[in-house]
Design a protein. Structure first.
Length: 214
């Protein structure tokens, strides 16, 4: 039985309905709780070739109607992130703009960010994404340095955040606040100075989130 069949066999319609409702009924679910899903995927990952990224598998996951398969693809990418290079960015772009919502984007942002950290030329792509019409590409650009701590490129961070001032989109303004809040744990002075300089142009939501720990 392959992983797709294993997921189907673990389906729970009652839980699926609740999970779908939590996600505002945007997606269908099989109804597999996260611990059980990760247990199934853990067994699957023991059996696969870990020397190359299988994009056919990822796209097959993305093509399934149930959300758990997209979670499986993101978990797969996270495990293979050290193999990803700038040549994989177009594929990541393709899945980022398909079936987009915060739950998948918040997994893809750090995967893209890991590539950019190893290949700084990707920063130019993230600058382009930061002004894209697609809000989810903007969110990836904003939060791709999440948890980088001392390795945060503050020049790039400021450029991307400034590019997103004046937005009315909740998920963009929330992302701005989150990345600043996270970085404030490492460099609170930088975040304070950023807020002092830019708060007049920032959404109240962004300021509130950014100020949580400072």
């Amino acid at each position: 039985m392959d992983i797709f069949e294993k997921f189907k066999s673990a389906a729970d319609p009652e839980k699926a309905a609740r999970m779908s409702a939590y996600m505002r009924d945007r997606f269908l679910f099989l109804g597999i709780p996260t611990p059980e899903r990760k247990k199934l995927s853990r067994e699957f990952f023991k059996t696969i070739d870990r020397r190359a990224v299988d994009w056919a598998f990822i796209f097959k996951c993305w093509g399934q109607p149930e959300r758990e398969y997209q979670y499986l693809a993101i978990e797969y990418l996270a495990k293979f992130k050290s193999f990803l290079t700038p040549s994989d960015i177009p594929h990541l772009h393709e899945i980022a703009i398909a079936k987009s919502w915060w739950d998948t984007i918040d997994g893809l942002d750090v995967i893209v960010g890991d590539i950019a950290l190893r290949y700084p030329e990707v920063n130019d792509i993230l600058r382009q994404w930061s002004v894209d019409d697609n809000i989810w590409l903007r969110r990836i650009a904003i939060d791709h340095q999440m948890r980088r701590k001392e390795r945060t490129n503050t020049v790039l961070l400021e450029q991307i955040l400034v590019n997103n001032f004046g937005q009315k989109e909740f998920f963009v303004n929330k992302a701005i606040g989150w990345i600043l809040r996270e970085y404030s744990k490492t460099n609170p002075d930088w975040v304070r100075d950023f807020l002092d300089e830019h708060k007049a142009k920032m959404a109240p939501l962004s300021i509130r989130e950014a100020s949580k720990y400072i």
